[in-house]
Design a protein around this ligand. Sequence first.
Ligand SMILES: *Cc1c(COP(=O)(O)O)cnc(C)c1O
Length: 418
Amino acid sequence: MQKDLPNLPSVPSVTGLIHHPYMAPGGFEAPQPGVFKASTVYFPTVADMRQREWKDKSAYTYGLHGTPTTYLLEERLCALEGGLQCVLVPSGLAALALVALAVMKTGDEVLIPDNAYGPNKALAAGELRHFGITHRFYDPMDPDDLARQITPSSRLVWLEAPGSVSMEFPDLPEMVRRCRERGVLCALDNTWGAGLAFKPFDLLADGDGGEGSLAVDISAHALTKYPSGGGDVLMGSVITRDAALHLQIKLCHMRLGLGVAANDAETVLRSLPSIALRYAAHDQTARALAAWWQTQPQCAQLMHPAFEGAPGHAQWQALCDREPGTGLAAGLFSVMIDARYSQAQVDAFCDGLKLFKIGYSWGGPVSLVVPYDIASMRQSWPSHLKPGILVRFSTGLESAQDLILDLHQAVQAHLPMA
Ligand SMILES: *Cc1c(COP(=O)(O)O)cnc(C)c1O
């Protein structure tokens, strides 16, 4: 110990613990990837720190900019959706907000389908409006209405297939064509399709999203739903196939300080291998329940895109069911309960369900139910919707038979025929 150093008590074991020299051997391989957690990432030298590249996943600079765990999840999500670049954000709503903030500035306008995920509309009416970004709502079932509403200040068009409450399935390829013709960016909220029901970057299924394919510019996905599959993690992704557009989003992502926790990323990585099996099971159960509702006089209208007569059925068939009978349709559907029932009766029906829990979100193992007030959610009552009170069901992974028995008992108890 040198004379001019203060005589501090030495606790060598602590330093030894923190700077312990042992390194586990590399090359560990197992079904689930490792969970790498960091804010700080080390650089061997200052020179290395100064020249380290973080934007292209060639290296690591800071936990917020990515770790092996998040890079891996990003790449697997690109594989799922047919994209080339991905950024992860802490929720699905953050994915929608990131897209808006990354591509728009004061004076721009965003066009949103009138049946869009509610908080996306609220973002437009709140922060975006405060920033001098205007918005308009278009009829999701009318590509001509979308085309009519595009003006020189239109910068971004949101697409959603189907709308997440009233379940109308739009003519997505035609909507994208209209955006292309007018040179407006189009972003899809791809939460329902999840990369499984259709390919957002290859809408005509004639390519891989490369040159010549009909593709959205941006796919935003609430990983909270099917990729998580557990009802226990919030996360979102923004996927592109254009390096410049991705960089614009990635830089905005960095400046906003958006990141996801490694344990959450790991949860999604663990669920991803089973997503197709789960999605098909949710779908099958939803169709069994929807078919049962069709036989019930209390049901004024069924909103499930795979059912004949439902709003957007033909559009769903054209995009998702190219080989008839093979199309996928997620585990969501809505029922318009006949207008002769009061809100109190419909609420009592929801409360009376035992297996269906009352709660937002979807994609987890437990079936969920929520009554919605369509009149307060839309610019005007859509002409294709019958009057009544809308109840949305999200099927979990329970047996369809048990769920139908549950629906039956609650209908009998709370929605009397006479
Ligand atoms: C749930 C959902 C979101 C938002 O996801 P969160 O992770 O809950 O923020 C966005 N769009 C759609 C269609 C959704 O269903």
